[in-house]
Write a protein that binds this ligand. Sequence first.
Ligand code: SAM
Ligand code: ZN
Length: 302
Amino acid sequence: MSTPPVCNYEGSDYQTSFWDQGGREYEDRAEAIALKKMLPKSGTLRVMLELGAGAGRNTPRYAGFERIVVLDYSTTQLAQAQQRLGRSDKYIYVAADIYRLPFRSCQFDAATMIRTLHHMADAPKALGQVQNVLQPGAVFILEFANKLHPKSILRYWFGKQSWNPFTLEPVEFVKLNFDFHPRAVRNWLGELGFDVEKILAVSHFRVGFLKRLVPAKLLAALDGFFQPTGALWQLTPSIFIRARLPQKGTETIHIPENIVDLFKCPDCGNEKLEEKKDHLHCPNCQAKWAIRDGIHDFRERS
Ligand SMILES: C[S@@+](CC[C@H](N)C(=O)[O-])C[C@H]1O[C@@H](n2cnc3c(N)ncnc32)[C@H](O)[C@@H]1O
Ligand SMILES: [Zn+2]
């Protein structure tokens, strides 16, 4: 099965260069505020899937969940996440491609995907994978980079930018880096059966001189004040959506105690993988999925 190309972060110093030393305290704080507004506070908080978790910058913000599957394509990002979060039963580290998720259907109570749709050349396909692994009634918190914001609109009107911010197609401004139109994302979620519950407009003040003048904490608090305007219009560079799958009756699907029972073979779809010392074995297609340094690796069979 062919899948779209992956933006590979293997060996990348993303966390250090972009976040720790990149002058993005304001953006990080604004996201923390948005996530707090988006995360479910009660109900079933058992297993959360964090897609494109990177170095686990946001993972501690999901602490209310019993278990968190920290998923990324890059094992070096996951190793950094392990350093930050530690190894315990709470965190399950999975190296896998979002286009080829190695989970049985209906396994998760919630999923988040922050700054990661950004790298999806086939966003509807990626979102379809997420929909498949969520339980009925589950919450999906999705952040995406918005192509429709004042800077892109002005640049377009003044002839400084060829692409049109008002049209629905994504724009690939750098290879495998995409900005999306908010209506296109809402349409895709709707087509997959999600109900959009809440929209937040985030990072209103992502402007160099403001970030230099105003302390990050204050600027982020101001952003938090304006985030709910996302219900009315979405003109900020970052948009958060909380979407939910419809509940089917009162039945909740049993979530397995044993980690191996979360998984399926991403090659053949077999749901009965056998646990071996350093890998999971698929008795159907004979694939071996390595477990190395506490990371379940589903990228390539060995
Ligand atoms: C911009 S980083 C964001 C990391 C984290 N969510 C954060 O906000 O700090 C994007 C992450 O998505 C991961 N990623 C990109 N394409 C992926 C794919 N097809 N499957 C799994 N992870 C992917 C990258 O490895 C990278 O860690
Ligand atoms: Zn198999």
